[in-house]
Each structure stands twice: as structure tokens, then as C-alpha cells.
Design a protein around this ligand. Structure first.
Ligand code: KIV
Length: 270
């Protein structure tokens, strides 16, 4: 069965798990407003992520740290109003899941007011994940580079190059699955490590800067449209370069992910 059909039935987490089991790659893009949500959805991209990257690409902040839950709910509403088929997940922003109680309040806002089907949170927060899942909220974990921790990290760098760090990421990924998360984003890790994790987990692993062997790929929409003036990270690609329109660029990205043509080796880390 090809889950990337033109069906307008909204995808569920079960469809994404079935895609992993069938070896079909999952395409994902960030979206922050209704117009792009409708366009990306029409192309057939499987997952829309309302990422807290909106702090940088929409609000012009230098990091994702200032993004609030109100920002996330507002943009989630904009996105979910316009989509028909794509599965939608939204980021819990920095400091919005410091305890189980705070996490459930904020996750509820994204699900009930924002219309998201899943929330994503950064780091090895097993207890919070377990609690949200117990309350019926689907959770996506996020390991590797954790942008919300930029003030601790000091710089955006590849994670898991050293064996000890790689072992910790593998162990955390397994514990996140055991805690009940049903999706995992891996950001900026060596391709071989991401492959190992994708094979070890039964839940789908979506990579960004994590090589071609993940179960799916995500990019920040504005990066793949070639917008932005700074130095582009090696894992992004300007899909507008060979396309005649924004819709064409999104279609090229979607097809490249489905056919495992993106990312290439030179767009991955060793
Ligand atoms: O906020 C975001 O856009 C993300 C992706 C980079 C995965 O979390």
C-alpha cells in the first residue's frame, strides 16, 4: 500500500508506524501558517511540524529560546485549519515542560486549542514523556542537537561523534521509546549512528542532518526554499534552485525523501 496516495483522510500515528514497517520513507516539513500548510498538504508531505524554529524564521529571534506556548498555539491553529491529510505535530517550547504538571497544561493547549495530533519535546525527559502518554497525549522525542539548550551548548554542533556521546544517544532513544513516545526526531548526528538507532527502534525516526537511513526526513521550510542570508548548514538543500515554483520545490523535496535521494552523503555527517 502506498501511504503517499492522494487520499484526503488525515494520517494518524498508526499510518506513520505502518510506513516504517513497509519501508516507506516519511516526509516532513515545518509549517507556521495556513498558506504553506495548505500547499505542503496538497503536495502530499506526510507530516507538518509547527517547530519552535518559528522563533528564528518568523520572529527574527537569534534562537528558539524566547518562543512561548502562546506563539506555538497561535501558529498551530493557523496550520491545522488549512491541512487535510498531513499528520500534525507541534513543539513544546523552552521551559514549557519542566515538570509533569506544567507539561500536561501546555501539551493540552497545543492539542486542544492548536489542533495538533502530537507534541514534540527535546531531551531525555522520560518521566514527562511517560506522564503525557499516560494522559493520552502522543509524544515525539527529540535527541542529538537540542536547539533549546543553545545557551548551555554555546554553539550548534554535531552530536554523537564521540563513542560515549553516541552510546548515550542510543540509550536515551531506547528509553524514550520505552517511555511511550511514538516518534523520534534525531538532529545533527552522524549518519551511521542515526541508522543504528532507526534499526533499533520500532517507532519511526525522523532525521534532520542525520543521514539517509532514518525512517523519514524533516527540514525547516524556509531553509529548503533557499530563504535566509546566513551560512546554510550542510544538511539543508535549496530545492528552489531546480524548481519553477514553491509547490514544485516542495514536490521535489517530497519525492527526494520518498526515493531516499535526500540527504546525500555530502549532506550528511560522518
Ligand atoms: O523547530 C524545528 O523546526 C525543529 C526541527 C528542526 C526538527 O524542531
Amino acid at each position: 500500500m502506498n501511504y503517499a496516495s492522494n487520499s484526503t483522510k488525515a494520517l494518524s500515528i498508526l499510518d506513520l508506524i505502518a510506513m516504517k514497517q513497509a519501508g516507506e520513507k516519511i516526509s516532513c516539513l515545518t509549517a507556521y501558517d495556513a498558506s504553506f500548510s495548505a500547499l505542503i498538504d496538497k503536495v502530499g508531505v506526510d507530516v507538518l511540524l509547527i517547530g519552535d524554529s518559528l522563533g528564528m524564521v518568523i520572529q527574527g529571534q537569534s534562537t528558539t529560546v524566547p518562543v512561548t506556548i502562546e506563539d506555538m498555539v497561535y501558529h498551530s491553529r493557523c496550520v491545522t485549519r488549512a491541512r487535510n491529510r498531513a499528520f500534525v505535530m507541534a513543539d513544546l517550547p523552552f521551559l514549557s515542560y519542566t515538570s509533569k504538571t506544567i507539561a500536561i497544561e501546555n501539551a493540552a493547549k497545543l492539542i486542544q486549542q492548536g489542533g495538533a495530533q502530537m507534541v514534540k519535546l527535546e531531551g531525555a525527559r522520560f518521566e514527562v514523556i511517560e506522564f503525557l502518554v499516560e494522559q493520552g497525549i502522543p509524544v515525539c522525542g527529540h535527541l542529538g542537537l537540542l536547539p533549546q539548550s543553545i545557551n548551555q551548548l554555546g554553539a550548534y554542533k554535531v552530536k554523537g561523534k564521540q563513542q560515549q556521546e553516541a552510546d548515550k544517544i542510543i540509550s536515551d532513544a531506547k528509553k524514550i521509546e520505552q517511555a511511550g513516545a511514538t516518534l523520534l526526531v534525531l538532529e545533527c548526528v552522524p549518519a551511521a549512528l542515526a541508522k543504528k538507532i532507526s534499526l533499533a527502534l520500532t517507532i519511526p525516526v525522523i532525521g534532520i542532518g542525520a543521514g539517509v537511513d532514518c525512517d523519514g526526513q524533516v527540514l525547516v521550510l524556509y531553509d529548503m526554499l533557499g530563504l535566509g542570508t546566513g551560512k546554510r548548514p550542510r544538511f539543508t538543500h535549496n530545492f528552489m534552485a531546480d524548481a519553477q515554483s514553491i509547490e514544485g520545490a516542495v514536490e521535489c523535496y517530497h519525492q527526494a525523501v520518498k526515493k531516499s535521494l535526500f540527504p546525500t552523503l555530502s549532506q550528511s555527517y560522518k
